[in-house]
Design a binder for this molecule. Structure first.
Ligand code: MEV
Length: 427
């Protein structure tokens, strides 16, 4: 499936069935290809769920929406998002609409290197332990690679081994061995953990110590993805502020989140508002990405905003770089039917493709949040959405729904009772 045009004007105004039809048409497929979206048992069969985790007694649903308007690296794409929070899909779509007028998002991915850690304790002679590992690096890499021949045949496998030292609060010294493994299109946990576990006897022999922990690091800082966007001031005008003022306020909002960890936590939560729903929709391990994002945000010792926003030549520039350890070939990405459909909707061919789209959505989401926060505040947008929800519940036709929504906003009274009264008093 491939989207020729992600610009679907007034998509939010359609009924669910009309949206499905418009999605199918934008993807040039028959609408029945989307039938699992209408049938929970097809979306995730109980028998599949039963094999995914333990003690299954049912399945759990979330709203599944489509963020429109995205252009990433010159191609249009519709983004599936599974999320319970209102305004997230709308904000991503709105910011993507602004961004597409200046070329959309550009992204890059620096490769699928995951770090497998081995923590070695009880080493009597740290210096010779380290020299022994350095001397045996080539053999260790060959041995680790012999544990996953398929990965190696496809071009992946261990590419380097690096050493670090830790001094614990107890006075104990720890040698940390990092296996740098190219996991290609996998998230990588299985491949990396197997290698780290199976190298244990060799490492213990070379160091004379004991390998205590053998597991991948979620601080996947060798697997970084960057998204950028550039918006000329005149595309940023709001009703109350001109574009140059909006840009300056957004840059200041970002600077505050770089300086203040209390604000940075909320700022980065807003980024994850865009990222997690795409991870969930594609069956990825969002806890792993969350852990990596927050650890990376504290990489210089203070927890900071993950984004950079700057102004150059009357243009606002946004950038987000973060670890993005996503996979498209194992676990739920493979077994969950809706996750497969999500990958197809975005025409994802590799983990690199997915990582870049995810980070573009994170940047769009942050753009929406700080643009609103630094100007009119976020409540107005939330209230508009709330008004729409109420209006759609009691409005009897599209005209009446639009009218009711406008009445609630105009009178600054967004309540079901108020909506009913507006309707009763309408001649
Ligand atoms: C709410 O879910 C997300 C925001 O708080 C993000 C932010 O403050 O930047 C609006």
């Amino acid at each position: 499936m491939k989207t020729s045009n992600s610009r679907l004007p007034k998509y939010f105004k359609l009924s669910v069935e009309e949206r499905q039809a418009a999605l199918a048409s934008a993807l040039s497929i028959e609408v029945d290809k989307l039938d699992l979206l209408m049938d929970n048992e097809k979306a995730l069969p109980l028998s599949t769920a039963d094999k995914m985790i333990e003690n299954v007694v049912g399945t759990f649903q979330l709203p599944f929406g489509i963020a429109t308007n995205f252009t990433v690296n010159g191609s249009d794409v519709l983004i599936p998002m599974a999320v319970e929070e209102p305004s997230v899909v709308a904000a991503a779509s709105n910011m993507a609409r602004i961004a597409r007028d200046s070329g959309g998002f550009t992204t890059s991915y620096n490769g699928s290197i995951m770090i497998g850690q081995m923590h070695v304790i009880n080493i009597d002679d740290m210096e010779s332990a380290q020299l022994n590992i350095e001397g045996a690096k080539k053999e260790l890499m060959e041995k680790a690679n012999s544990f996953d021949k398929t990965l190696v045949a496809l071009g992946g496998g261990v590419k380097d081994i690096q050493l670090r030292h830790l001094a614990l609060g107890t006075g104990e010294k720890v040698l940390v061995i990092h296996l740098h493994v190219n996991v290609l299109d996998a998230m990588g946990a299985n491949a990396v953990n197997t290698m780290a576990e199976r190298l244990t006897p060799d490492i213990e022999k070379l160091t004379g110590g004991t390998v205590l922990l053998r597991i991948l690091s979620n601080l996947a800082d060798q697997r970084l993805t960057t998204a950028k966007v550039a918006i000329p001031f005149d595309h940023l005008d709001t009703g109350d502020f001109n574009g140059s003022e909006v840009a300056k306020r957004m840059v200041l909002a970002n600077e505050i989140a770089l300086a203040d960890p209390y604000r940075a936590a909320t700022h980065n939560k807003g980024i994850m508002n865009g990222i997690d729903p795409v991870l969930i929709a594609t069956g990825n391990d969002w806890r792993a990405i969350e852990a990596g994002a927050h650890a990376f945000a504290a990489k210089d010792g203070q927890y900071r905003a993950l984004t950079k926003w700057t102004i150059q030549d009357e243009t606002l520039h946004g950038e987000l770089t973060m670890p993005m350890a996503v996979g498209i070939i194992g676990g739920a990405t493979k077994t969950h039917p809706t996750a497969r459909l999500s990958l197809e909707i975005m025409n994802i061919q590799s983990a690199a493709d997915l990582a870049q789209l995810v980070v573009a959505v994170g940047l769009a989401q942050n753009m929406g949040a700080i643009r609103a926060l630094a100007t009119e505040g976020i409540q107005r947008g939330h209230m508009t959405l709330h008004a729409r929800n109420i209006a759609s519940q009691i409005g009897r036709n599209p005209e009446e729904i639009d009218w009711l929504e406008a009445q609630m906003i105009e009178h600054n009274d967004v309540r079901m009772d108020a909506a009913k009264e507006f309707l009763n008093n309408r001649k």
